[in-house]
Ligand binder design. Structure first.
Ligand code: GSH
Length: 254
């Protein structure tokens, strides 16, 4: 597969996915929307998998990635689509072309626009202080590594474009995305209707960050009030696919 320069290091059982991702989070099983999306999909599709938290960054320099039958694959969406084909799992077969188009547009807005609001808030506006995983590291390590990490994330957000706006503008843009997503979900249990589809995994990956994983953010009060349907959606996904949610959280260091 193009871009897969790293060789698979670990071979587990045939047709068992080895999901490489960052260590567990304290508030969500992953602080990153993309591993949470892919792991949720593996559960929804009932595909056997094991986690690897030691080698989270894949051949394309991002997390998550996966190894399947000795081959490495990158990108949550490409992995999901490959698995859907290989294991003949299509949760969207009942959708019209128009519904698929709308679903794709919302997903891309969430993953390619709203995601950068999360990055900016966590890394640039609050400098990693609200990420318990980061704060659990040694103070000396934090002192030296944090400014580098902040600079990298700031550079990425600037290259993407969102990082060039003021904090107030970015928060407002985030709110507009969340309001649009909330309006589209409406009273439906899942984004495409009564049953969860692939898109719900992606939306859950990112919305879970707003619901549980960005404590003290300006978005938090809205998730409990105006955007309560998004919180309820996350609770629904959590109950359905993550009965072991609490066991998958990293205990905060006391
Ligand atoms: N399109 C990719 C996005 C993955 C992604 O952006 N992962 C972030 C973690 S939230 C990452 O690895 N960032 C590290 C970096 O860019 O250096 C996917 O769906 O897997």
């Amino acid at each position: 597969m193009a871009g897969c320069m790293k060789k698979a290091k670990v071979s587990i059982g045939k047709d068992v996915v080895l999901l490489h991702q960052l260590e567990r989070g304290v508030f969500t099983p992953s602080n990153s929307p993309f591993p949470l999306k892919l792991e949720t999909y593996l559960r929804m599709a009932n595909i056997s998998y094991e986690n690897d938290f030691k080698d989270p960054m894949g051949p394309k320099g991002k997390t998550p990635w996966m190894t399947l039958n000795g081959q490495d694959f990158s990108d949550s969406q490409l992995c999901l689509e490959l698995l859907a084909t290989k294991f003949s799992k299509d949760f969207s077969s009942h959708l019209t072309d128009e519904e698929r188009a709308i679903g794709r547009a919302f997903q891309i807005m969430a993953e390619e626009h709203l995601y950068w609001v999360v990055v900016l808030w966590r890394w640039v506006y609050t400098k990693g202080k609200t990420l318990p995983n980061i704060q659990m590291n040694l103070p000396a390590l934090l002192r030296y590594v944090m400014p580098i990490a902040v600079r990298i994330m700031k550079g990425q957000a600037s290259a993407q474009g969102l990082g060039r706006h003021s904090e107030q503008e970015v928060i407002e843009m985030g709110m507009k995305d969340l309001r649009a997503i909330s309006a589209y979900l409406g009273t439906k249990p899942y984004f495409m209707g009564d049953t969860p589809t692939e898109m719900d995994c992606a939306m859950f990956g990112i919305l879970a960050q707003f619901v549980w994983g960005m404590q003290g953010s300006p978005f938090e009060p809205y998730m409990k009030d105006e955007l309560i349907n998004l919180k309820n959606f996350c609770e629904r996904m959590k109950d359905k696919f993550w009965p072991d949610w609490d066991q998958c959280l990293l205990p905060p260091r006391v």
